[in-house]
Design a protein around this ligand. Sequence first.
Ligand code: CP
Length: 311
Amino acid sequence: MKKYTKIKDLSHLTETIKEAILLKMNPFEYSDLGKNKTLVMLFFNASLRTRLSTEKAAKNLGMEVMVVNVNEAWQLEFGDGTIMNGNTSEHIKEAAQVISQYADIIAVRAFPGLTDKQTDASEVVLNSFVKYATVPIVNMESATAHPLQALADAITISELTEKKRPKVVLSWAPHPKALPQAVANSFVEMMQHPEVDLTITHPKGYALNPEITKGVSINYNQEDALKGADFVYVKNWSSYNNYGKILSQDPNWMMTQAKLGEAKFMHCLPVRRNVVVEDAVLDSKNSVVIAQANNRTFAAQMVLKQILEGL
Ligand code: CP
């Protein structure tokens, strides 16, 4: 694999998921693969799980890891032909090539601004690294996608499902801040699979990018959508059509034990208790959020392994 910026970069998804589950039993099986190789992780935004799980994955493969909080480095310019007499000190053209000399793989986290849909859709930060770096790039959550999270979610469902074709519901939930659509986008892309029966439920005005949800069942009635669900993935996202706006904070959309029933509860974390989901759900045996977070390591390890094999 030459890069992992989107789910479609994985050519053998089903096999990758199966191998990730096996890898959990023997995480150091490929500890020589990354010997004398370095992963540089660049964070333009905060992280707990992605940072620790990706570092752990790299170390399980024998790699060295360097982490940069980008706001502590020189401010980068991404514009082509910009007269750099403002706040930016270094152009991505130099920065990406320089970092490539220290790294065998570069991983990048860069969230959207949520003010301009076109700018966010162009994935300027991630795509600039793809363009100017000379080593493979891994997406640790970009403006529109979180493919490492989606791979961990697919591993979790595959491990826990008792059915050949489980019903999976992605349910919008309220949140006080405007959040990206990235996690929801990648989850929907990952679940568009013949072995999954996917439904999305959200209030009117919260439709995701129609190119991503094409062909997926959408139900504005949460209670109706949740009937017969095996897995319920709860996530807030801001409006896509009314870009980046909060249109509703209706607490009736919060996930409760009564609504969840016997379904497994999923969330990428971090999660706001008693806003997105009530305590009773997170504290119940049906919550699989800790297992999901654990699978972030093995998702990242499979991605790094496949890139290392191609170097
Ligand atoms: N789920 C997730 O990406 O967590 P972090 O933001 O803590 O990395």
